[in-house]
Design a protein around this ligand. Structure first.
Ligand SMILES: Nc1ncnc2c1ncn2[C@@H]1O[C@H](COP(=O)(O)OP(=O)(O)OP(=O)(O)O)[C@@H](O)[C@H]1O
Ligand SMILES: [Mg+2]
Length: 584
């Protein structure tokens, strides 16, 4: 009983996406009822045909084709309309479910992207729910139609001979028991199968992502072994599923055969001393044999229902169990740009060292602050706290005196233009990429691309700003991609600018030109610059030197050099290597 309730509850959970439009379901159900009732009409027509049809003049001959064609026309039309209605409701439900899942991906807490990979999410949103919905709706409809057909046929049989009800009554619970036991096993197998499929897709995703590295390091064999291992695992699981679901059908059919033979034997025995007509007997046997089809369908239904439900539930779990990103209530159109890191500590993972610890830093509106320090010292982490790409473990971070956690997320993120260390570009036109999130204004797009020193590149493109850049702009060079990100930052024109190695992929000449554009952009804005090339930050108002997650020095270029500390050492080292390369 609890299993059944559970099942209904689970159906209900997916049901809310698939319940609309209700008229489609009502029409489909009416059509299915007509189809099921039409079923015993065939044997019912047989009886008068056999009993009276072969006697002269008992009824006109034309009635036979009229009745048969009429019956099959009604049945055919109902079947067609019913199926179209079901397809409509299923596909609309699927769209609703997919939209809800995608919406959740967009507002999910960023942890989702650290725990799940792209292929798993793609698999769930694209394939799983589609197969799941089709299997589940298809089998639920078959459950409804075949149960009705079965009932109609049994009703007709009982009308002909009630004693047989006992035998039929034995058949149904035994099939039910079998289905329950099998579907439990199938459910577990389906779940393992899904995760094995994900892992397999992940190897493919990775191989596509790192194809150059794999070729260069001759790691094909390693990838092939991983793929083979997972492929074999999937094969074993699929075989187990095939065995389990193939077993159900012959077993139930055996039950059906036992019951059928008992029914037929009893009917035959009875017919010897009852006054059953030939027509009555023929239609009885026909109806009896027609029972096999719905019973067969019903016996096969456990597999697709279980598999469909498990697949849909994966989508539902994504919607229901993924925490949303939580923002505050503070609203503000344009921030002044006063930033305070107060005793900030960031701890990414339990057993890892702190990425930032006890950082205190205040940036005044309009100030340009540069962050320098060795790789891994926490510069990117410090900047990523601002748009809340990373959450801090202790301390507080304030923008305009309000904790960043209390800011409404869209308002908060509107305040930052960011050129990050790894540029990611959408597979869309240059214009869309530059204006990202806003409707592109061609003249402004052109102006920004020009300012980001992409003018020459743009003129070499026949389609100009409407050129589609391809998967992560693979047709552009690293430096061009970086300049595209700079154009994007210029277009956004936000009060706070974060430049994380924004010009690292550029040659000296392009860098100088982009620097000019950036300096123009920095006018009146709060700017955070992270750069390894110290030449790019000498003009900053303040330089913050970081090491192992802590701020170790702070001041202007000149005062830091005078201090003769870590920055001065770094500067001397850089100048020395620079002199050497210049001499060589
Ligand atoms: N998502 C993450 N999960 C766990 N640890 C992380 C994560 N991101 C960064 N770290 C760790 O935090 C520390 C600081 O990293 P961060 O990226 O801030 O350094 P960085 O100063 O920007 O270095 P670089 O100059 O190389 O860009 C590093 O030790 C890094 O391993
Ligand atoms: Mg970094």
């Amino acid at each position: 009983m609890s299993d059944k309730q559970n099942f209904l509850k689970r159906l209900q959970r997916s049901g809310k996406y698939f319940a609309h439009p209700p008229m489609a379901w009502v029409t489909a159900l009416i059509c299915l009822v007509i189809v099921s009732i039409a079923e015993p009409m065939v044997p019912a027509l047989l009886q008068p045909l056999l009993d009276k049809g072969f006697k002269q003049n008992s009824f006109p001959v034309w009635m036979v084709p009229v009745a048969l064609i009429g019956l099959y026309s009604v049945r055919g039309v109902s079947m067609f309309v019913g199926q179209v209605c079901i397809a409509k409701a299923t596909n609309q439900g699927l769209l609703r479910l997919r939209m809800a899942m995608f919406e959740r991906l967009q507002d999910a807490s960023l942890d989702l992207y650290r725990t799940q990979n792209a292929s798993t999410l793609g698999n769930t949103l694209v394939y799983e729910v589609q197969t799941g919905a089709q299997m589940l709706v298809g089998s639920c409809m078959s459950l409804f139609r075949d149960s009705l057909t079965l009932l109609a046929l049994i009703g007709y049989l009982l009308y002909l001979n009630w004693q047989l009800s006992l035998i039929v009554a034995l058949l149904i619970p035994s099939v039910g028991f079998l289905m329950k036991a099998m579907s439990k096993r199938l459910y577990g197998l389906t779940r393992s199968n899904q995760s094995a499929t994900d892992q397999l897709a992940y190897v493919v995703e990775e191989s596509a992502l790192a194809y150059r590295e794999i070729r260069l390091h001759a790691a094909q064999n390693l990838q092939a072994r991983r793929f083979e291992h997972l492929g074999r695992m999937l094969e074993r699981l699929t075989m187990k599923m095939a065995v389990a679901s193939s077993g159900i059908t012959p077993l139930t059919q055996l039950f059906a055969a036992i019951a059928l033979s008992a029914v037929i034997s009893v009917a035959l025995l009875q017919s010897q001393d009852s006054n059953m007509t030939v027509g009555g007997f023929a239609s009885f046997v026909t109806a009896m044999l027609m029972l096999v089809n719905p019973i067969k369908h019903l016996s096969e239904i456990a597999g697709p229902i279980t598999r469909g439900l498990a697949a849909l539930e994966r989508g539902l779990e994504l919607i229901e169990n993924t925490p949303q990103e939580s923002g505050g209530q503070h609203r503000c159109g344009q921030a002044r740009g006063h930033i305070q890191w107060e005793n900030i500590g960031v701890h990414y993972q339990e057993d890892h060292p702190w990425a930032l610890r006890g950082v205190n830093l205040e940036v005044q509106p309009g100030e340009t602050v540069a962050l320098v320090g060795s790789s891994g010292s926490g510069k990117t982490t410090l900047a990523n706290l601002l748009p809340r790409f990373v959450d801090w473990t202790e301390g507080d971070l304030k923008l305009d005196g309000v904790s960043v956690r209390d800011w409404q997320l869209t308002d908060l993120r509107r305040q930052f233009a960011m050129v990050s260390q790894s540029v990611v570009v959408l597979n869309d036109s240059l214009a869309t990429n530059v204006a990202l999130g806003q409707t592109p204004e061609p003249s402004k797009v052109l102006e920004c691309l020009e300012a980001a020193n992409l003018g020459d590149y743009l003129r070499s493109l026949p389609q100009g700003i409407e050129t589609v850049v391809g998967h992560n702009a693979s047709s552009m060079s690293g430096g061009q991609r970086q300049r595209l990100a700079i154009a994007r930052a210029l277009y956004k024109d936000a009060p706070i600018l974060i430049l994380d190695e924004a010009t690292s992929a550029l040659d000296n000449e392009s860098e100088r030109m982009v620097q000019e554009a950036l300096q123009r952009l920095q006018q009146g804005k709060t700017t955070l610059i992270i750069a390894h090339r110290l030449s790019t930050i000498e003009s900053a108002d303040r330089i913050v030197v970081m090491d192992s997650g802590r701020v170790i020095e702070m001041g202007s270029h000149a005062s830091l050099l005078a201090n003769n500390g870590a920055y001065a050492a770094m500067f001397k080292l850089k100048s020395a290597t620079h002199d050497q390369t210049a001499e060589a």
